[in-house]
Design a protein around this ligand. Structure first.
Ligand SMILES: [Zn+2]
Length: 270
């Protein structure tokens, strides 16, 4: 994975390591993922929050983001915010929950009614603000509405990530101006994705973080296969080519700053 003898600094700000695609060999995947500096394991529904946190508690370099994905917003009951709040309170001392996510709007697949998506997104933005946590946003074919809701409800003070950013320069600039980082993963390696490469170059390395979205969205080298955190290495390689320098330390610092984490001298993160 590493070029030459250089040990790369790798960060995956968006993984789903609790998903069943990893059931047969999770220990091996986690062992490989332990070579990364930082992994954020992200939940999508009420039913996978506990499994998401479990992995964060298992791995020293891994933290959890908990929240309801737009696809799953139709399935939440009236008490879902209380349920999430209780999880945050229980984990407070261990500080393993470091963001609310993934939350947002998805009009590409529209698996939940639009009004429900908007309501659950807005409510979770407020939850993030109340808990002083950043957010991890999932936005697909809905940049305009997501932007409007952020402006109306209020942007969480700790900001967050527009995960798997997939729009044009205009929207990239607008979200960066709000203080968000763009999450860049496997799609940056796809030969046809000149648009994303040009957008990334325009917004600059100070405004991006690296991610996988594993088991989904593998880099070009593993297309059609299962993705996993160490493959973020290919994303870094592509970014290094785009920026003509080694960006790995910068995107690591971006993630540390965003999630309020500090390095504790060779012994991981806090
Ligand atoms: Zn995801």
């Amino acid at each position: 994975m590493n070029s030459g003898n250089n040990v790369k600094i790798l960060v995956d700000t968006h993984a789903h390591l609790h998903m069943n695609q990893f059931d047969t060999d999770r220990d091996d995947v986690l062992k490989r993922a332990s070579t990364l500096e930082l992994v954020i394991n992200v939940s999508t529904s009420l039913s996978d929050i506990d499994d998401t946190i479990k992995i964060a508690n298992l791995c020293g370099n891994t933290f959890a983001a908990i929240g309801i994905h737009p696809h799953d917003s139709k399935d939440v009951g009236n008490d879902y915010l209380d349920i999430i709040q209780k999880k945050i309170d229980i984990q407070k001392r261990g500080k393993r929950i470091i963001a609310i996510g993934e939350i947002g709007l998805d009009y590409f697949r529209n698996m939940s009614p639009i009004d429900t998506q908007k309501k659950v997104f807005a409510e979770q933005l407020m939850l993030a603000q109340e808990n002083d946590l950043p957010v991890i946003l999932h936005i697909r074919d809905a940049y305009e509405d997501a932007y409007d809701i952020l402006k109306t409800v209020g942007i969480p003070e700790k900001r967050g990530i527009v995960h798997s950013f997939s729009s044009d320069e205009n929207w990239a600039k607008k979200f960066v101006k709000l203080g968000f980082k763009l999450g860049i993963g496997g799609p940056i390696t796809y030969p046809k994705n000149d648009l994303l490469r040009s957008v990334v170059k325009i917004v600059g390395v100070e405004n991006i973080v690296t991610e996988t979205d594993c088991p989904y969205l593998p880099p070009q080298q593993y297309r059609g296969k299962r993705n996993e955190p160490i493959y973020v290495s290919y994303v870094v390689d592509t970014l290094n080519v785009i920026f003509e320098c080694d960006i790995s330390t910068i995107v690591f610092e971006n993630a540390l700053q965003l999630f309020g984490l500090t390095k504790i001298g060779g012994a991981g993160l806090r």
